[in-house]
Design a protein around this ligand. Sequence first.
Ligand code: NAP
Length: 366
Amino acid sequence: MKAIIPEKKLRVGVIGATGMVGQRFISLLENHPWFDVVTLAASPRSAGKRYEDAVGDRWKMPTPMPEAVKDMIVYDASEVEKVAATCDFVFSAVDLKKDEIRAIEEAYAKTETPVVSNNSAHRWTPDVPMVVPELNPQHYEVIEFQKKRLGTKRGFITCKPNCSIQSYTPMLHALKEFEPTVVVATTYQAISGAGKTFKDWPEMIDNVIPYIGGEEEKSEQEPLRIWGHIENGEIVKASSPIITTQCIRVPVSDGHTAAVFVNFKKKPTKEQILEAWKNFKGLPQELGLPSAPKQFITYFEEDNRPQCKLDREIEGGMGVCAGRLREDAVYDWKFVGLSHNTKRGAAGGAILSAELLVAKGYITAK
Ligand code: NAP
């Protein structure tokens, strides 16, 4: 398949632009070859203000605010028709109650504006695809059924999974032919996953918190939806492997680590696992999408890698890392994974999804 490359840049809106994820979208989209940020929307508190004034001292990115957005006047995200009229599609990162997010994202889709969402609200809506572009791009086929339900021609919603699962699901996916049966994973999650920095969460310095609300259920269930299939216009989740997780907050700014144990129906050799990880490629690599990492999974031979500080930015934060692969006394194999939670796991993953949707003709200029 050849990628459709847009003749001119598509006009993008960011809904929830003043928040942490919205800021990450804006930073990652600066100088994007296919997308131009033209519209920023947030709550009525920010509406009508210059973006720089609306954000005030809340800018949390390590790089400065792009000049191009500073003077943009922020829209009220609830003025859906007004916002939708300005752009070809939107990235959604609003923080509202789940039912309110579902409603506002559907309202945008119904204005014939595709919504690429960072939120969890639609992850289990049967006809909304939840996609990691390298793993389950075939789930975009369910969009046709969703459009029929919404009564739209080009408007639809798609979303990405929780940030935690990218630290182990890609490695397991690359080993699917060996049929994983049981997965036990503990995730060590960065504070940016809660939208925080050490400045605004000083209690996290020198601390570990053994609870992240709702995270274990997401970490256990969402990989099964990724591995599910389409039946009667809906995604039906896979029934195996059995996954059990513990999710722990650790004093790390960015980067989720996972310690994983796994049993297989057909136990692979170490060489087979390393080969499978090294050679794994998805559609984004085949199509050469702008944000696609060249090497999706990188294995580190050193015993003390991957490390958050050293390795989270691999492939611009869009690659995932593995290390410490060894046989286990209780399970077949154990290993450690790492992925950048706000790049690959959030805004970067959503941007890669949007690129794939453009390349496959689902998102076009209006
Ligand atoms: P945040 O920093 O609190 O930002 C929330 C954004 O939503 C702001 O732009 C805010 O605008 C806007 N908003 C709030 N109330 C609104 C309203 N009534 N109408 C329209 N816009 C409204 O949150 P965040 O950390 O960026 O997270 C955004 C979403 O992504 C959440 O649903 C969160 O669960 C999800 N998420 C976050 C992460 C992460 O790493 N942080 C990871 C995965 C998923 P104002 O500035 O005007 O209030």
